[in-house]
Structure formats: C-alpha cells, structure tokens
Design a protein around this ligand. Structure first.
Ligand code: IPE
Ligand code: IPE
Ligand code: MG
Length: 245
C-alpha cells in the first residue's frame, strides 16, 4: 500500500470530520447533502483503515455543541446515522469490525439510539478493528462525568484522593480500555480541537488538511499516515525512543 510501513502504523487514528457544510455550499447544495456525501467518505475511511490494519479508529461524528444547530440539520444527521449503521452492518460483520460509541448518547432520538445499540450488540465480538463513533460527545463533558464518577468513589470511601493517578483517570474515561490516539486528523483546515478527546490527545501527532471531509479519500488518508510515519515522537524525552540515555 503505497509507501506505508506496516510496522509503524498508528495503532489508534482519531478524526475530526469537518467541512461537510462548506463542501455543499461550494456546490450550491444544502448542508444536508454535504453530510450525505460525508457519509460516503466515512465508508471509504473505515474500509481503508481495515485494509491497512489500523486497530482503533475513532470518528467525531456529532459534538455536544452540535445540538446548537438547526433542528432540521440535526434530524437529518440522526437519520443519516441510522441508515449508515443499517447499511454498514453486513460489511462490519464480514470485516470483523466492532462498533462502539462515546458521548452522551442517551440524548439521541430513540430510533437512532436503538439502531446504534443493536449494531453495537451485534458487532461486540468482532476483533479486527474497533470503530468508535463520538456522538453527542464533548471532551469537557467526558472529564466532568469522569470527575463525578471518581468523586463518588471517594465519597463512598472506596478510594482516597491520593489514589487518583493518571491511570485511574484514564480508567474512568469513556475510552477506558482504548489506547490514546497516535494520530489526530482534522479536515477542512481548522486548527482547533473543538472539544474532542481532550485528555487522550496529550501526545497525539496532529495532521490538519485543507481538504473538506467529503473529499477526504483513500489517497489523502494514506498521505496523512505517511506524514505520521515521518514524525519523530519524543514524549518529552531527549531522543526518539522516548527514554533518557
Ligand atoms: C462536519 O461538517 C460534520 C459535523 C459537524 C456533524 P460541518 O457541518 O461542520 O461542515 P462546515 O464546518 O460547516 O463546513
Ligand atoms: C467538530 O466540528 C465536530 C465534529 C466534526 C463532529 P464543528 O464544525 O462542530 O466544529 P467548530 O464549530 O468548527 O469548532
Ligand atoms: Mg464544521
């Protein structure tokens, strides 16, 4: 697969899929049509991830702040999600893809939530790749939920404040059993995080492309991974191994 080094793949790729609205506007289409085209890009990126052997793929599909959007756009996104999940189930099963979700998904419309939970249940034993959709997700809300869970443990005398370590916090996040993202991609040229995985991206390599999400194809994705493979990750240490010498 082009010049990708299979031994240096990012284990976990997280993507802020942005630019559907602008893609549609450029073509005189509605924002909803941009989201429909965006769903096609999701298919391509999920398929490519599986092909090249990515183990964890996390996609920011709907933020906690996206509830501020017009009702018709939200409804269209939820309907699109429902159809996407139904249409992708077969391929997820064939390719061993396990679906998960992070976020306050109890806020999703009932019918969408039902299909989401069904799909999660049906794919739960798949082992080749974990696809996590961040839905009604916000990094600060995740941290608040985490702080509340930990505080309750302290209040109940199960732990004390000195037990609160980085490991313990990680264990109480929505992403508790997931590795931190190695590569964070954002499309549409915005240099911001928009409340995505705040704790987890402490040492992620960030890749921003001007390409709008519906145009983000296999070649663009491989280019992002190649770029990642050229980075030297130091994790604060003085050499590339991440350890002192
Ligand atoms: C990303 O595209 C999709 C979601 C946030 C759901 P946008 O809808 O944010 O597209 P732009 O940023 O307006 O172009
Ligand atoms: C981030 O995109 C959220 C998702 C991709 C789901 P937004 O378009 O909502 O972010 P801002 O408003 O540009 O920060
Ligand atoms: Mg946007």
């Amino acid at each position: 697969m082009s010049n990708i080094d299979p031994k240096k793949l990012p284990k976990h790729v997280a993507i802020i899929m942005d630019g559907n609205g602008r893609w549609a506007k450029e073509r005189g289409m509605t924002r909803v049509m941009g989201h429909q085209q965006g769903a096609e890009a999701v298919r391509t990126i999920v398929r490519t991830s599986r092909e090249i052997g990515i183990q964890w793929l996390t996609l920011y599909a709907f933020s906690e702040e996206n509830w501020k959007r017009p009702k018709n756009e939200i409804l269209a996104l939820m309907k699109l999600l429902k159809h996407f999940l139904k249409s992708e189930l077969k391929e997820m099963q064939e390719n061993g893809i396990q679906l998960r979700t992070i976020g306050r998904t109890d806020k999703l419309p009932k019918d969408t939530r039902k299909v989401l939970l069904d799909t999660i249940g049906k794919t739960a034993s798949n082992q080749n790749m974990v696809l996590t959709l961040a839905l009604s997700y916000g990094g600060r809300q995740e941290l608040l939920d985490t702080i509340q869970k930990i505080t309750r443990k302290v209040e109940n005398g199960i732990i004390t404040s000195i037990d609160i370590s980085e490991k313990l916090v990680s264990d109480f996040l929505y992403t508790s059993d997931m590795p931190d993202p190695d590569l964070l991609i954002r499309t549409s040229g915005e240099y911001r995080i928009s409340n995505f995985l705040l704790w987890q991206i402490a040492y992620s390599e960030i890749y921003v492309t001007n390409t709008l999400w519906p145009d983000f194809d296999k070649n663009e994705y491989l280019a992002a991974i190649l770029d990642f493979q050229r980075r030297e990750r130091r994790f604060g240490a003085a050499n590339s191994k991440g350890v002192g010498s």
